[in-house]
Design a protein. Sequence first.
Length: 356
Amino acid sequence: MTQRAPNDVNEEFFLPLQDLSHLDQQNNSKSDGAVVSFASWFATSAIHRARYKDFSSMDWIFDNYKARERIQNLEGGSKTLLGKLKLSYELSQPWIVLLLVGVSVGILSTIISITTQWMIDLRDGYCKTGFYLNQKFCCWKADGVKWSIGENTVQFSSYLLDSVVFSGIATFLVISYAPFAAGQGIAELKTIMSGFIMKEFLSAKTLLIKSVSIVFAVASGLSVGKEVALVHISACCANFFSGIFPSIKQNEAQKRQLLSAASAAGISVAFGAPIAGVLFSLEGIVGSLVVKLDSMFSNYRQKSFLNKFARGEVVVVAALTSIICYGNIFARSDAVTLVSNLFTECRAIDNSGICE
């Protein structure tokens, strides 16, 4: 008789019962031996690791037990030099993963920030001496003549067209290739940390599409930021680097510990300071009203005609935002540039327009 797996695992259960039909044949001639054999098997059989299905719940007790059992086995053989090296390597694996996550998130954050700023400035013009330069670096020591903005009509048309195209590209990438890259990802990440299995949410494909689409979404002028998206990106990096080590890859409890640390790293990188993690937590405490309003609006969208026009909705919102914000110099700039200009002393050459 073979024990079948429950609904939340694929092929293996905690105590795999082997085929014991041969014991019935032994009972006719040597029943005592069969009982001893069964007792010996039950006492020495190793507990197999469960492999969870997608959209199922993990077993915290089982995964934590397997992690402790592995460490205890390594500690038992740590009397030799090889055993000590194995134990040290096992204990250092989470730190190696977090080190890789920190480096990768820092690089991705830098690339996203530089690319986003360049695409935001591209809506207002381009650098004559170097197309790859944004407005700040193009006019670093010049009088601004290197930055071409064109006539008012041309500038407005370029501003509106770029916003619509950027928002359309971001929507197309997410809907067509990685639906789990949509939204902030904080709610889903909290659900995963509580023990829920969502494999595609932290996949490498989601990481790639999220990193690219957030650049287009922010550059389109929509009221979105890249800070929260970096938390999702850092969690994807943690899940990716966890696959390097089989002991972490096969243990969902250890994965969630790394996801928690990676989320804090994403917040720190996004705001440029470790204290940002504390401020972000305070925002979450007083944000219950926003959550309720967001839930009400989401329910309305699901029941209204907007549910059938997701792509068109994003493009229309981007177009309306660009039309409304174009005439206001404060609303036209992105948040980072606006704050930087507000805290910068006025000079003879002013490219921001605030000191005029």
